[in-house]
Design a protein. Sequence first.
Length: 401
Amino acid sequence: MSNINNIKGRIGILTGGGDVPGLNPAIRAVTIRALREGYEVLGIKRGWAGMIDIVRDKSYDNSNNFITLTENTVNRIGRTGGTFLHSSRTRPSHIPKINVPKHCSDTYNEEINDLTPEVLKNIDFLGIDYMIPIGGDDTLSYGVRLHKEGIKVIAIPKTMDNDVPGTDYCIGFSTCVTRTIMLTHSLRTSAGSHERFFVLEVFGRYAGFTALLPTMAGAANRCVIPEYKFDINKLTELLVADRKTNPSSYSVVLVSEGAMFDGGEMIFESHEVDMFGHKKLGGIGDLISIKLKELSSEYNNGQRINVINQRLGYLVRCGDPDAIDSIVPMAYGNLALDLIMEGTHGRLVTLKNGRYDNSPIEVVTSVKKVIDVDKYYNTERLRPQYKSFESKPLFIMASDT
């Protein structure tokens, strides 16, 4: 580390939750601007997990928990996807006994433990003046907790679902939408060759932006989203009609992983929960595919229609960022440093109506950001609806929260 007496302050930066393209460009932007402004930057590894695993002993090797960032380090990774600081779904205020670090196990031995006192001590031990967490509402909600504890926090929103409140845009969303459209168009050749229904399951636990926007852009005939429980018979009837009018005799539906049948609930891969209380979603696309095949004969003159079923999963979150997920993270990182230079904290950097800005960090936990069904989703046609694009933001549906 550089001599602490020669720097203006020390910034800690971390990435939490799922990886997305754009995280490394954000880390790069924060680091380069901070170093040039006279600050030192520590990269905390594995999200909030790195902040609870630190051993407060100057002679202890904590290299697995944090690293001092340099221009050479971040320049090498700034063009790449993922996060070189690694990530985790760790919530320091709710640590299961089995996940309590060994050096803390004598003090914290309940089934669920709040290790926030350790995080506060570790921030002090590292000499961190500002924390910059990059993540979704789960990761940033703990940033809100630290803000309330008196830590100077500036949050950067990241999630493919684009569901962090208070901002039109979260890092990772554009690449996700781009990949979804590209992969749908690539895979439709197989659907057309075999004259089938084509079902693609995409990410989206509570918000259906990653299904609705690609459908609006022409990637699919229909979509089902978490905000509206759908009738499988209606979906089948619509897809049969779409297939009949398609010269290549196929039709496409995008399915949010959090979508639910009318009268049903979310479908989970397992019942194990993470530290934020979330079960792992997955499987609604499989069930829809089975039901579509079963019901198709009722709307297709007694003939069943086969299904191509694909879960896009990590294909839309791996690899390099697109142009928007290279530009926005650069801007967000510099916005964070602007706030630090002003002595401001407790803020979320944002993009609203095409303008970069910032909001109180508490907005992260104030509301759920979901699609306004009345405005943007036709529940009879199971597809997007709109009246006018005038004065709408780049991604259409995001200016309402």
